[in-house]
Design a protein around this ligand. Sequence first.
Ligand code: PMP
Length: 394
Amino acid sequence: MDWDRLYASRMRDVVASDIRERMKLLAAKQLIHLGGGLPDPDIFPYEAIAAASNRIWADRAVARTALQYAPSEGYGPLRAWIAAYMTGLGAPCAVDNILITNGSQQGLDFVAKLLLSPGDRAMVEIPSFIGALRAFDAYQPTYVGLPGGNPTDVKFCYAGPDFRNPTGTTMTLAEREALLDMADASGMAILEDGCYERLRYDGAPLPSLIALACARRGSVEAAPVLYTGTFSKMVAPSLRIGWIAGPAAVIRKLVLIKQASDLATSALSQMLLLDVVEAHLEETIATACAVYRERRDSMLAALAEHMPHGVRWSRPEGGLYIWIELPEQIDATVLTQRALEEQGVSAIAGAAFYPRGIAAERNTLRLSFSMIPTEPAREGVYRLGALTREMLQS
Ligand code: PMP
């Protein structure tokens, strides 16, 4: 059977993610894992989830709802809770402004499905979250880079303003305002990835793009922004609960996509999650921030101690990632391969985070400090530093 002949043209540019491939390797080996940005399972709220689960099974009427199909828009009380949460973050939303998705990854896919025909222009930050690029690839856009790209005829600009994946950097208020000005002038939409907004370890929070747009335009209905949010990093990713916030008319269109794609997100997951966040969200965020803050500080200290002269890195105020710029003569793909095979350390070469058609910087590296305790992480940085020094000398 010749399957290659049958694949749709949209699959032409869809390739396996280097990170996912490495995660498979991880399962097999004892590695010092500075690669993928998984949350630490030690901080998941096990007791709260168990208690929520018990409450569902204790009441047959509640249990029936939990095992039935949920509405495609999402479980009403959770939508209402998220609308209030978004309002608290400065973007006044009603229930109709929220669609529950199966993680925010599904939100990124749906927005691209809604807006992109083959050949349309999509603006993305350079570099960008690899999962977003892979989701967009299937709709065959032409990529335009931010900053510097021309917004003419761009359908949307994908941006992660806070502690972005992969660089860990944050947009200043002036950069946020400038992006909104660009959207106002060009008519393009903004797809804001709010994945890490609440994982801030120091400094004052900045308003999200959707909050700034609501303030400019008077309401979310007139804002040019679609915001994807997620509980994956604040509670637990396996519940697969994310959301899209935006104008009600756009949300209605996205509901049609949701129906055609998977009918609805699990009612059980949504009810569990709602029970947990109603009582414990701020607590789970505080726990995550305390753990990750310490790991970030420790990794930054290890980099200062072990990296040779000429290596530079970002100093994230939140999120899970540090972006490393190596001296230009070092190819990070070679370095990460050698680190994995010779040193048992996983890290991701920055080239993975560049969209197709836009040249990648070969000397960049993403490290994540989320997954492992400070001591093995310091050892991992030490080994990466030694390997970098060796490659510089050869
Ligand atoms: N956006 C960003 C920037 C991410 O890093 C991730 C996952 N690491 C996601 C979205 C998707 O996460 P989820 O589908 O679990 O919400």
